[in-house]
Design a protein around this ligand. Structure first.
Ligand SMILES: Cc1cc2nc3c(=O)[nH]c(=O)nc-3n(C[C@H](O)[C@H](O)[C@H](O)COP(=O)(O)O)c2cc1C
Length: 391
């Protein structure tokens, strides 16, 4: 294990290490959330609504963390959420995360706001999923779906919670914009973090040129550093479920919807042919004040019994994973910890993050008295707000 990982004992330790390693604006871009952070805090605290109820003297000597989702058996019940600009935080960030996920037998969705061609990522890590933002018009939607299909992706995740750009005033305070604007402050942020400057930024510029948003459309998007303020995303405010229906018609692979929090939307997605929904508030990065996924999960599971309901937002411990599954999620995803892990130690860092979380799931299963994740149910949860613990 590389020296830098010896003291990383939990996912949160990666955040502390990344705070030192990354230039402040970049660290804040990943770590912070929209406006006052009500939602990012709610994501974490929602796991404290429940306590786990273990059973004892169960033979747990033979147990597995494997979980079947969408006809495939994964080595653990969690995957890597799509995270944009990973290749700015870590050298070849999207590739190192995708390779580590593939090697560990867990899913990862490549972000539509990523900086490395999807062709290259899927060639290095076959089986990677693709996450798309819906382009605002039909020709660009068709071209993007065609490109994703031609490159052999079998699962596409459509993120729906970005009708307009969020109010990320914390990014502005920290000096982060997309695209980054050349400035003395930006130069100083780089120079004062030489390991990142040489190992990620300069190395990328030297070997691959200026990073661009490569996968938002079928064609190349804007560069990551530019004097022009325009972000290059099309207007999405007019999008409607009928546009989703078109994508469902075009895309023959598995189609997941990410970013729903209402029972109505989840049912709508299922009725229009989604193969699964990811209950998510974008890690608190869109609507501040939005409800935590854990709090709406039971209603959505009840409304969509025939498709897998997944969840992301705030998962940091094996116990969080088990609570979400006991409440009805089929699978969970985590975002920030893996991007921090890639920043701190590349592919080895992401592998370490995956093995830490897997080990916690495995240990907590044993302490809970189960040998298979499908044994989890509501009897394993005590709801703290209710005197009797009933859900
Ligand atoms: C830096 C960063 C970039 C993100 N980029 C995307 C993206 O491109 N597409 C998307 O659907 N979600 C994106 N998300 C949201 C994540 O997919 C996920 O919903 C969120 O990170 C889950 O919360 P967690 O970080 O607490 O695990 C991003 C999140 C972060 C932190």
């Amino acid at each position: 294990m590389p020296i830098s990982l010896k003291h990383i004992l939990s996912l949160d330790d990666f955040e502390k290490a990344a705070r030192r390693h990354l230039p402040h604006p970049l660290f804040m871009f990943v770590a912070s959330a929209a406006q006052d952070g009500h939602t990012i805090r709610a994501n974490r605290s929602s796991f404290d609504d429940f306590a786990l109820v273990p059973r004892v003297l169960v033979d747990i000597s033979r147990r597995t963390t494997e979980k079947t989702l969408l006809g495939q058996t994964w080595k653990a019940p969690f995957g890597i959420s799509p995270v944009g600009v990973a290749a700015l935080c870590a050298y070849r960030g999207d590739i190192v995360m995708a390779k580590a996920a593939a090697a560990a037998g867990i899913p990862m969705a490549l972000s539509g706001a990523s900086l490395i061609h999807m062709e290259e990522v899927v060639a290095q890590a076959p089986g990677t999923w693709f996450q798309a933002y819906m382009p605002g018009d039909e020709p660009r939607t068709f071209a993007l779906v065609e490109r994703v299909a031609q490159n052999g992706f079998d699962t596409m995740v459509i993120t729906l919670d970005t009708a307009v750009a969020a109010n990320r005033e914390n990014n502005t305070r920290a000096g982060f914009h997309i695209p980054l604007r050349p400035s003395l402050r930006l130069a100083w942020d780089g120079v004062s973090h030489p390991r990142w400057l040489l190992g990620t930024m300069m190395r990328t510029l030297l070997h691959h040129g200026m990073p661009h948003f490569e996968n938002t459309y079928a064609t190349r998007g804007v560069p990551i550093i530019s004097r022009h303020v325009e972000r290059g995303y099309s207007e999405r405010g007019h999008l409607h479920w009928k546009h989703f229906e078109k994508i469902r018609d075009m895309w023959k692979g598995r189609l997941l919807v990410k970013g729903v929090l209402s029972v109505h939307d989840a049912r709508q997605a299922r009725d229009l042919g989604a193969d699964g929904v990811i209950v998510s508030n974008h890690g608190g990065r869109q609507l501040d004040g939005a409800v935590a996924p854990m709090r709406v999960l039971p209603g959505i599971v009840a409304a969509c019994p025939d498709i897998p309901v997944m969840l992301d937002g705030g998962i940091r411990r094996g116990g969080d994973v088990l609570k979400a599954l006991a409440l009805g999620a089929q699978f969970v995803f985590t975002g920030r910890p893996f991007i921090f892990a890639a920043a701190v130690a590349g592919e080895a860092g992401v592998r370490h993050a995956i093995s830490l979380l897997s080990a916690e799931v495995d240990r907590d299963m044993a302490l809970l008295g189960i040998t298979h994740l499908d044994q989890l149910n509501r009897d394993h949860l005590f709801r703290l707000a209710s005197p009797s613990g009933e859900l």
